[in-house]
Design a protein around this ligand. Sequence first.
Ligand code: ASP
Ligand code: MG
Length: 585
Amino acid sequence: MALLVQKFGGTSVGSVDRIKAVANKISTNKDEGNDLVIVVSAMGQTTDELSVLARKISKSPPQREMDMLLATGEQVSIALLSMALNELGTPAISMTGSQVGIVTESAHGRARILEVKTDRILNKLNDGKVVVVAGFQGTSVSSGGTSEITTLGRGGSDTTAVALATALNADACEIYTDVPGVLTTDPRKVKSAKLMSHLSCDEMLELASLGAAVLHPRAVELARNYGINLKVLSSWDDSPGTELTSKKRKAIGREGLELGRPVDGVELVENQAVIALSHIPDKPGIAAQLFENLSEGNINVDLIIQSTHEGNSNDITFTINRKNLVKATSLCKSILKEMGGVFKSQDNMTKISISGAGIMGRPGIAAKLFDSLYRSGINLRLIATSEVKVSCVIDSSEGSKAIKAISNSFKLNNEQIAINPIISGFGEPAVRGVALDPDQSQISVRKIPDLPGIASSICSILSDSCICLDTIVQSERQYKNGERDISFTLKTSEKISAKKTLAPLMAKWPGSYLEDGPSINRISAVGSGMPAIAGTAAKMFRALADANINIVMIATSEIRTSCVVSEDDGLKGLNAVHKYFQLDK
Ligand code: ASP
Ligand code: MG
């Protein structure tokens, strides 16, 4: 006998017939002897329809009233599902978020869950009932003591389910949906997408757009942080679905459930060297050739960063283990002889990274990292960001100072600090899935002073305006007085407000200016085996080069390689990369 939390999405309860079918499934499961807590979304398109109604009354309805309205959608489906179960002779009781005691922050429309009370659910389970809980909603208690209905944000029912599984210590959390599970890429974009039997929560988070289409990212974050056994399954058949794995984590306090720990580790990797190639031609195939040569020379490359300058030449910077510096130098120099460009290298560097599921969507985290390094007077040589990790390359003499500063600001204990950890991912595929993030734009901040605190001030000011940066690239190219460029990608919808926000900062740096890049797509390849398998990035660049696609920007992280390409090349590139890594097989 197991305690299971099962969530059924809007389509799965979209009609009377479907509600009856779901009830049948639940009833069978119950007869097998399981204790069941069921979470449901609003029927079909109900949430959208309610939003449309609201907009017909008011262009900007008060958020409190929106929550009041939207929460009704789930109240309909819990009551109907509970009736259907009782009709089948399976005793069931429905509960709203506030009846359960799903306590959230007070931020209407995007509240995070702070606590889930379990007594009322446990009582009903003891009575042999199936408990049907409204997803997506909770209750906040204001300072005055009045309770308010809140919602978690669109798609939030998944998060309700995982939060319940965490609080109840459930054996598993099963998300039933209208797709068979998580696929290797978006099947609407690549026809040959295949079902993955399993992937890690970190991989899911790195596949941001792909992952978010299947599961609310906050649900994955919770599952990762609390080690919940999470599955995505089809509502319509008994196919095996996809299992999301997470490292077994130590029991951690559950107060502030979703606020838990945005950052839960810091890692220092010593003995790094940085190689910077600048003024190399901006055309398809260059990155592929370079990294193929390095990989044939058995040189494992860690971070790779590329951005375009002055419209027609590229800088590519990457890190390697310093024991390979001599060999890599001669390889690079002979390539540069053919294609032109300037070579620079720096030995004795250290990479420092923070990791945690809460980095994604919380722009303040990277800003806080840069700020704490800045306060210790540490200059950042390279920056690489991903959904679950932010890495900086610094001078090796600053390593221990950096560790101290970071563990202080993120309140990390000794067990969360890793110095020169062994490479992970052996036996895992280098690429498990690929994703396309459309609607991205690029902004470059040109000719800014090369001083500690610059990245920090840019990221802080944007994060104060709640603007998330996806890829932050600080280039190696320096101008006459040592000035540098920083480029980043962000959602196109946030571009105008980012430019406005940055303007006063730019005014402080004479000669600096903002450059508006074109609309772009980001293609990401993700796999836990990436750190252990040399040449993965080279393969991705080759796939794009063979499709005659020019790479605008490259940014890698431990288990992700992302290439920014022009908007027109996005779909073609995604298909090419998916095929090259044989994900269609
Ligand atoms: N009904 C809500 C929505 O449509 C929550 C959910 O479905 O997860 O966003
Ligand atoms: Mg959903």
